[in-house]
Structure formats: C-alpha cells, structure tokens
Design a protein around this ligand. Structure first.
Ligand SMILES: Cc1cc2nc3c(=O)[nH]c(=O)nc-3n(C[C@H](O)[C@H](O)[C@H](O)COP(=O)(O)OP(=O)(O)OC[C@H]3O[C@@H](n4cnc5c(N)ncnc54)[C@H](O)[C@@H]3O)c2cc1C
Length: 378
C-alpha cells in the first residue's frame, strides 16, 4: 500500500475561505488544499465590502491586494422603499471604498499567496472517501486519474454552500428562505460606464447591477425559487424582457449603453442565493469556513468578507487545536453565532424598509416572519 501523504490540515475548497485559512496557517503547520477545479470558477461578479481592508491588513495583504488593480466601488444607487433613486457614497467610510472584484483574479491571487506561504495546492482534486484514523483522518483523494491516500490531523470544509465534508459527518444546513438569482453579463459603451452599484426593488424581488473589469457589467434578478417570477430568472431572454419593466435600472443601463452578451455559454447563469447556516459548524477533528458554514443573501454583500474572516479565525483556532487546546474548534464554532445573529438583524432591517408590495409573497414572507428556518435543506 502507498504511504499516505502527511498533512496537519487538509482543506477541501480553494475559494476565498479555504485560501484565507491556508495562507494564515501554512507558516505554522503543514497545510494541503484540494479543489475539484483547476482554476477559479466563472462567478456572477461580486463586490467586496470596505471593512475587508482591515482583514486584508491583518493578514499582511493590503498592499498586495491594491497592486492587483481591482476597481474601487465609491457608492451605490438604490430604489428601495420608494420610487425615487437614493445615492450613498463611501466618502465618510473610515475603511474607504468597497471593491468591484475581478473574482477570477482575486481567487487566483489568494491561491498563489497561500502557496507562497507554504501551503500545498492539489488541483483538480477531491476526496473520494474520508475515514477516521486514530486521532486524525485518512482520505482517498482523486487527482489526475490517480488515487492518493492522505493522512490529516484536521479537516476543513471550505467547499462552499454544498458543505461537502460536513455533510458526510452528519451536519445539516438550516435554510431560511428560497432566494435564487439569475444574471446576464454584457458590456457598457466605451467611456460610459458608471462605477456605482445599483439595486432596485420590484414586486417579486430585486435587481442588482455592477460594473465588471474591462468595461463589462452584470445585471442580476433575485426572487424566490417557488414563485412564477423564478422562470424569468432562469431564462436570459425572459430576464431581459422583465428588466424593461424596471424603469430606473433600465434608464441607467441605457445611459451606459449596456448591451447584453449574445447567445452562448457564459452569457448568464442561475444559482441559489438563500441564507443558510450549518449546524454544527465544527466537530471532532473538523470545522467549516465561509459559505460552508454560513450562506448569506447577496443583498448583504458580506459573503466574501465572511469567507476571509472565518478563514482567518479558523486558522487561529486550528493552530490552538493542533497545539493541544481541546476547546479550540468548539470555541470557533460558538463565535459564528453572534455573526449569524448580527447578519439576520441587518437583513431584517433592510428588507423591512421596502413596504410597497406587502401583499406580494416575496415581500410578505420577509416582512411577516423574516429568516425563520424553512427547514433542513441542502
Ligand atoms: C448571486 C450571488 C451574488 C453574490 N454577491 C456577492 C457580493 O456582491 N459580495 C460578496 O461579498 N459576496 C457575494 N456573494 C457570496 C460569495 O460569492 C460567497 O460568499 C463566496 O464565494 C464564499 O467563498 P467560499 O470560499 O466560502 O466558497 P466558494 O467561493 O464557493 O469556494 C468553494 C470552493 O470549493 C470547491 N469545492 C466544492 N466542493 C468540492 C469538493 N467536493 N472537492 C473539492 N473542491 C470542492 C469549489 O470548486 C470552490 O472552488 C454572492 C453569492 C451569490 C450566490
């Protein structure tokens, strides 16, 4: 039998949460990161909250982040709670602007930083089996058509909303709503791009639009999966027809000379965007970080911040655990409770501001009993 590869921590998932964990722990312990994708996936096009500046500085990454050249986001325009657009800028935010990320570049950069700090990256790779072996774990990892045994003292689920490891250990995700998102990418006319993020509420959900690198733009519609409007989110032609009924956003897009991409792969997408939380978020010899632990509504713009924060907090807990502290992992998981509660309070306040369509299911659900668990889900 092949001798197992030895690691102190094996991380499944090389998104922002997994790489933040790896780059903080790798200077102290042997870290192996696996991802089933060779490179970062195509994503909708996300914004990074201004407060991420403090986290990146704590990790010694602020100057390097700036050198990556992501576009600053100086504010947003929202049509929310009334028909008139309201603009808010980040001039008075002590953390400075937020950022319109080039998500592929951001994820690829974090992978490189983790590797430069000593983490081993194995991609594409995924665990086929995971078994307890003494105080640690024995994994069979599939990579490039081969099966490699790996022995780890600690496992980290950084596999996103699917929580691929934690689910094997019996942890369950509590789902609070049925939010889904359909989006289309396109291009703005040269010299006419606006740097603002746009949000607009409508009777069955809400719209989001933001600039992307190289003059491109995303336009996204959010609604609940069980509502008829979800059919429009799934199909890009229907999504664009629906967009024309959304007056302020349509006018803004026209002013930018926005043209949606033609037919074909990469034109748009559809995905789950509900709030959810994993329970428990740690167990004997494992913990979960990022979306694998807490899935946020995109309205909050907090998902990547949370991925970075939990990656850093989990690395500190992992160091204590590997150094013999028996309470380190459970303390880490307990620290997620106030994050979840603060998130819920903020989201409730935001949805509560929009009262024009209280008779419509999308809004009445959020106003009457916001974020009560729908049940155990994915
Ligand atoms: C529609 C939408 C809009 C959003 N907008 C924003 C926004 O504006 N701002 C913001 O901050 N956040 C936003 N988010 C949230 C943000 O995308 C996530 O919070 C963030 O990507 C979480 O990072 P992560 O590392 O936890 O997970 P992910 O980025 O999902 O990374 C998980 C990684 O695990 C890998 N993986 C999964 N399963 C396996 C397996 N079995 N084996 C090996 N590898 C595996 C995947 O390939 C992937 O690379 C949005 C989300 C959605 C759905």
């Amino acid at each position: 039998m092949t001798t197992p590869v030895e690691a102190d921590a094996v991380v499944v998932g090389a998104g922002p949460a997994g790489t933040a964990f790896a780059l903080n722990l790798a200077p102290l312990h042997r870290v192996l990161v696996l991802d089933r994708r060779a490179g970062p996936a195509v994503r909708i096009g996300e914004s990074l909250a201004p407060a991420a500046r403090r986290l990146l500085a704590d990790m010694g990454l602020w100057d390097a982040f700036l050198a990556e050249g992501h576009s600053p986001c100086h504010g947003g325009r929202s049509v929310w709670g009334g028909p008139l657009p309201v603009e808010a800028d980040s001039l008075r935010d002590l953390d400075g602007p937020g950022w319109h990320l080039d998500r592929g570049r951001f994820d690829g950069w974090l992978r490189r930083v983790a590797a430069s700090r000593g983490a081993a990256l194995l991609v594409p790779a995924q665990p086929l089996s995971v078994d307890r072996a003494g105080q640690g774990w024995l994994l069979e990892v599939e990579t490039a058509g081969r099966r490699i045994p790996v022995h780890a003292r600690l496992l980290v689920d950084a596999g996103g909303r699917g929580s691929p490891l934690a689910k094997r250990f019996g942890a369950r995700r509590a789902v609070s709503d049925r939010l889904v998102c359909g989006w289309v990418h396109g291009i703005d006319a040269p010299g006419r791009q606006s740097g603002l993020t746009w949000i607009e509420a409508e009777p069955d959900g809400w719209w989001y639009s933001a600039p992307l690198p190289e003059g491109r733009r995303v336009v996204a519609f959010h609604t609940d999966a069980d509502l008829p409007a979800a059919a429009d989110a799934r199909d890009t032609a229907s999504l664009l027809r629906r967009l024309s009924t959304c007056s302020v956003l349509s006018d803004s897009l026209r002013a930018c000379g926005f043209e949606a991409d033609g037919q074909g792969e990469g034109r748009g997408g559809f995905c789950a965007a509900h709030s959810s939380s994993l329970s428990p978020a740690s167990g004997e010899g494992w913990l979960a970080v990022g979306d694998a632990a807490l899935g946020f509504d995109p309205l909050s713009s907090q998902g990547i911040f949370n991925a970075l924060y939990t990656g850093l907090a989990a690395a500190e807990a992992a160091d204590r655990h590997l150094s013999g502290d028996p309470t380190a992992l459970s303390n880490y998981a307990a620290g997620l409770t106030p994050i979840r509660e603060a998130y819920r309070a903020h989201l409730r306040a935001w949805y509560g501001l929009e009262r024009r369509w209280q008779d419509r299911p999308f809004w009445s659900r959020r106003l009457s009993n916001p974020l009560s668990p729908l049940g155990r889900g994915t």
